[in-house]
Write a protein that binds this ligand. Structure first.
Ligand SMILES: Nc1ncnc2c1ncn2[C@@H]1O[C@H](COP(=O)(O)OP(=O)(O)OP(=O)(O)O)[C@@H](O)[C@H]1O
Ligand SMILES: [Mg+2]
Length: 176
């Protein structure tokens, strides 16, 4: 057995944490009827949907959301775009959810995004890039708080409400 600082480092590298992240489906994806496809990919990855809302973002909320970009040459067009139609706000939970969501979405510029990512498969350019996901755990908590109250994220799935339900569900699926 290896002991000491090196084994500690190894443990830290493989550490997996259950965390939450914030994801938004932008107006281009809603307009192109891609909401189901986005949600399907997040569920297929194994993340759990904790909360969901739909709204056209008011300007002041969009300004808060993209506060770190204020003053950038692309800022006005970014905010005009993100307030141009319905958007969907979601909170997803799971192992390393922040990084997992960023990987599902792909690179900011859809031309650079890998095939197999949402932006790589469906996106057109840098602005019309379909989805947003928080870029750190701290940012995720800040963004979640912008859109959701704590009590809106406490719904339990059926198998969490009734102990033993997930085993009974899988048995009934297996037996047809
Ligand atoms: N150089 C740029 N030119 C035009 N638009 C840009 C540029 N950089 C960023 N943006 C726009 O600002 C948004 C936020 O940029 P950011 O650097 O946070 O990228 P991201 O984290 O991949 O995207 P998002 O925050 O929307 O998930 C991008 O989604 C993009 O629409
Ligand atoms: Mg970002």
């Amino acid at each position: 057995m290896v002991c000491g600082p090196r084994s500690e480092l190894k443990r830290q590298k493989v550490r997996r944490v259950i965390e939450r992240t914030f994801v938004m489906i932008k107006p281009d994806a809603v307009g192109r009827r891609l909401c189901g496809e986005v949600i399907r990919r997040y569920e297929a990855k194994g993340l759990k949907l904790l909360g969901l809302k739909m709204q056209i973002l008011p300007r002041d909320l969009a300004d808060k959301h993209y506060a770190e970009h204020v003053g950038k040459p692309y800022y006005e067009k970014l905010v005009t775009f993100v307030t141009s139609g319905p958007t969907i706000q979601m909170v997803w939970e799971g192992e390393n959810a922040v990084v997992a969501a960023r990987k599902l979405n792909g690179a900011t510029d859809c031309q650079d995004a890998e095939t197999g990512t949402i932006r790589g498969d469906y996106g057109l350019d840098t602005r019309h890039n379909l989805v947003h996901a928080s870029d750190s755990r701290e940012m995720a908590e800040r963004e979640i708080a912008l859109y959701f109250r704590a009590d809106e994220l406490k719904l339990l799935y059926r198998d969490e409400r009734e102990p033993g339900m997930s085993r009974r569900l899988s048995m009934s699926i297996a037996s047809g």
